[in-house]
Design a protein around this ligand. Structure first.
Ligand SMILES: Nc1ncnc2c1ncn2[C@@H]1O[C@H](COP(=O)(O)OP(=O)(O)OP(=O)(O)O)[C@@H](O)[C@H]1O
Ligand SMILES: [Mg+2]
Length: 257
C-alpha cells in the first residue's frame, strides 16, 4: 500500500469531542504539532494535551471491522506492555472516532525520533533493547516488525543515543505454542526473511537493512544471504519465531563492536 493512499488526516476538534476516549481526559484540547512519521497505516504527530506538548498521537483509519479489530489489538498490546511490563513508550491513552473511523493511540513523545539505519548504539542501550524484547516475549507477545524505524531513541546534548525503546506493535501477535500452526509460522518466517533480504527498491525503503542482514547471517550461522532464503533457514526461524525479533538487536551489537 502506498503511503499516499494510507495517509490519515487528523480528525477535527469537533469530531474528536464526539469520540470515545480512554485515559486521555485532556484529549478534547488536543492540538497537533509537527508530523513525526507516516507509516503504512496512518500518521503520527507530536501533540499537545491539556498539560503540555510531550505527546505523540498515532492516527489510524480503518475501513473494515477486521482492520478496526487489528488496531484495537495494537492499542491493547501497547497498553499491556507498558502498564504491566514497562515495554515501549509510556502509554497515555487512546480514543476512537466512530464517525471518522479513526483510532488514535497517545504515547509519550520520544524527542530523538527513530533510530537511524546503522547508527551506533552504545552496548548498554542495546542491552536495554534486548531486555525489552525478552520481557515482551515473557509476556507472551512477538513483535514481528523489529527494524530501525520501530525503535525510538533519546539523545544527550551531543546527539549521542542514551536510551531506546521498542515501539509499533501493529504486527505483534501472541507467541505461538510449539507445534501449533507450523505451516503459518513457516510462511511468516519465510516472508520476514524475504523482506529483510529484498532487493526490490519499494521494499528496500522499508525493509532492506544492511544492519539486519548482518545480524541475520550471524544468527543463522556462517551462510550467504542467498542461503538465508533456503528451506533449512526458513525452518529454523519457523521453529524459533522469536529469533526474528532479535535480529536487529544482534545487528546493533555487531555494528557497535
Ligand atoms: N512516541 C513517539 N515519539 C516520537 N516519535 C514517534 C513516537 N511514536 C512514533 N513515532 C514516529 O512515528 C513513526 C511511525 O510510528 P509507528 O511505527 O508506530 O507507525 P506505523 O504507521 O506503524 O509506521 P511504519 O509503517 O513506518 O512502521 C515512527 O517510526 C517514529 O519515527
Ligand atoms: Mg513503524
Amino acid at each position: 500500500m502506498s503511503v499516499e493512499s494510507a495517509a490519515v488526516a487528523a480528525p477535527s476538534a469537533a469530531a474528536v469531542r464526539n469520540c470515545f476516549s480512554h485515559g486521555t481526559a485532556g484529549v478534547t484540547g488536543a492540538a497537533l504539532r509537527r508530523l513525526l512519521g507516516m507509516g503504512a497505516y496512518g500518521t503520527v504527530h507530536e501533540a499537545c494535551l491539556a498539560d503540555g506538548c510531550s505527546y505523540a498521537v498515532k492516527f489510524q483509519r480503518y475501513r473494515s471491522e477486521r482492520e478496526r479489530a487489528r488496531i484495537l489489538g495494537e492499542v491493547s498490546t501497547q497498553r499491556v506492555l507498558w502498564e504491566q511490563h514497562a515495554v515501549g513508550p509510556r502509554y497515555v491513552g487512546s480514543w476512537q472516532c466512530a464517525e471518522q473511523r479513526v483510532v488514535a493511540i497517545v504515547t509519550e513523545l520520544w524527542a530523538g525520533g527513530s533510530l537511524d539505519e546503522c547508527e551506533y548504539v552504545p552496548p548498554r542501550v542495546v542491552d536495554r533493547l534486548e531486555a525489552q524484547v525478552r520481557s515482551m516475549h515473557r509476556a507472551g507477545y512477538l513483535h514481528n516488525d523489529m527494524f530501525p524505524r520501530n525503535v525510538l531513541v533519546r539523545r544527550d546534548g551531543y546527539g549521542h543515543i542514551d536510551d531506546a525503546t521498542i515501539t509499533d506493535f501493529g504486527l505483534a501477535s501472541k507467541m505461538p505454542v510449539q507445534g501449533d500452526d507450523d505451516e503459518w509460522a513457516l510462511a511468516r518466517a519465510r516472508r520476514a526473511i524475504e523482506q529483510i533480504t529484498a532487493r526490490d527498491p519499494d521494499d528496500a525503503t522499508r525493509y532492506y537493512s544492511p544492519c539486519m542482514v548482518a545480524g541475520l547471517i550471524s544468527l543463522a550461522g556462517n551462510v550467504t544471504t542467498r542461503q538465508l532464503e533456503d528451506e533449512a533457514t526458513g525452518a529454523l526461524f519457523a521453529r524459533n519465531p522469536w529469533l526474528l525479533d532479535f535480529v536487529l538487536v544482534q545487528s546493533l551489537r555487531i555494528l557497535g563492536q
